[in-house]
Design a protein around this ligand. Structure first.
Ligand code: SF4
Length: 333
């Protein structure tokens, strides 16, 4: 899906009247508003909860609300529906896709499995429900290494869809029987090694908070390995773990390698720290489709409802539950 060809819903200013109407409609609909860390600041601020995709799905499942409004991208709302099949799950704009989740289809995965009979399929949470249903174990960026370590050494592993996270897992486990799908997120892949090296040289005392989907994750570990940046300053973190690290670091400045919406939560969590993006252009156009107008429309019209058929949800739920049982699942993207 090329979001550049799709105009997001617009024409609404996120002022006090908007906020009041959103809150009022949410109350009438018995809805809980969830916002991913990459959402626009005004969407993060109006939400009941902000966080990473997995944390939000768990909050959705534990909530008493009968309706979940998931301000994020489509696979995240699907994951919430998989874990809460009896609740109404809305996404303010169903066109909000994800280039990483779209990089492998269930048909492609079935064909890949046929080439490697007996292999264990490990999928990152940034996948569609159909792909999760073909998966043995899902993983987050926090527990991907533990999930792969839990698989007997002699079993082949198919890891998908993110090649940078896959490279990280292969490096950490030292296994040579991991096959990695060549998918990537166009936003994270654009945060590259030379850019990181330049920023790290300009801010030598800064901590580096790096999401493992980034094109620069390998470079960050290389910089640490060669001593250009002290190893203790390099932290490979999921978005949820970045917020925790912001609260505990003693650094006064932090360079952040992930989607720029993350800066809003980090600055709220630790206002005294100078947070800077490694790449200020790293903005996800899909995430930014959840506009104030889209949220209002969602609540007024009960749209767009997310459906996952019962059998797909059952199979996908098994893979997600196995993920939660292994290591520290931490957060999704
Ligand atoms: S930042 Fe990348 S992985 Fe995340 S939702 Fe956007 S396209 Fe997908």
């Amino acid at each position: 899906m090329a979001t550049t060809e799709i105009a997001p819903y617009g024409g609404v200013t996120p002022d006090a009247a908007w906020a009041q109407e959103v809150r009022e409609l949410a109350r009438k609909r018995d809805a809980v508003l969830l916002a991913h860390n990459y959402q626009l600041p005004e969407i993060q601020d109006i939400a009941d909860h902000t966080g990473d995709s997995l944390a939000l799905s768990r909050i959705a499942a534990d909530s008493d609300a009968s309706t979940i409004v998931f301000c994020g991208v489509h696979f995240m709302a699907e994951t919430a529906k998989i874990l809460s099949p009896d609740k109404t799950v809305l996404i303010p704009d169903a066109r909000a896709g994800c280039s990483l989740a779209d990089s492998i289809t269930a048909d492609q995965l079935r064909a890949w499995k046929a080439e490697h009979p007996g292999a264990v399929v490990v999928s990152y949470v940034n996948t569609t429900a159909d792909v999760k249903a073909e998966t043995d174990i899902c993983c987050t960026s926090s527990n991907a290494v533990d999930v792969v370590r839990s698989i007997p050494e002699d079993r082949e592993v198919l890891f998908l869809p993110d090649q940078f996270l896959g490279a990280h897992v292969r490096r950490e486990t030292g296994r040579d029987n991991i096959h990695v799908w060549a998918g990537e997120c166009h936003v994270h892949a654009g945060i590259n090694g030379p850019e990181l090296a330049d920023r790290a040289a300009a801010f030598p005392d800064a901590d580096l908070f790096i999401h493992p989907e980034c094109g620069c994750a390998t470079s960050a570990l290389y910089l640490a390995g060669e001593g250009t940046v002290p190893a203790e300053q390099v932290k490979i973190l999921s978005t949820g773990d970045m917020v925790k690290a912001a609260r505990s670091t003693s650094a006064t400045s932090v360079l952040v390698a992930t989607e720029v919406g993350m800066l809003h939560q980090l600055r709220k969590a630790a206002p005294e720290i100078d947070f800077r993006a490694v790449n200020e252009r790293a903005s996800c156009p899909y995430m930014k489709m959840i506009t104030p107008a889209a949220l209002l429309r969602s609540l007024r019209e009960n749209a767009d409802e997310v459906h996952v058929d019962a059998e797909t949800a059952r199979r996908a739920r098994g893979a997600v539950q196995r993920m939660i049982e292994i290591g520290t699942p931490g957060g999704g993207e």
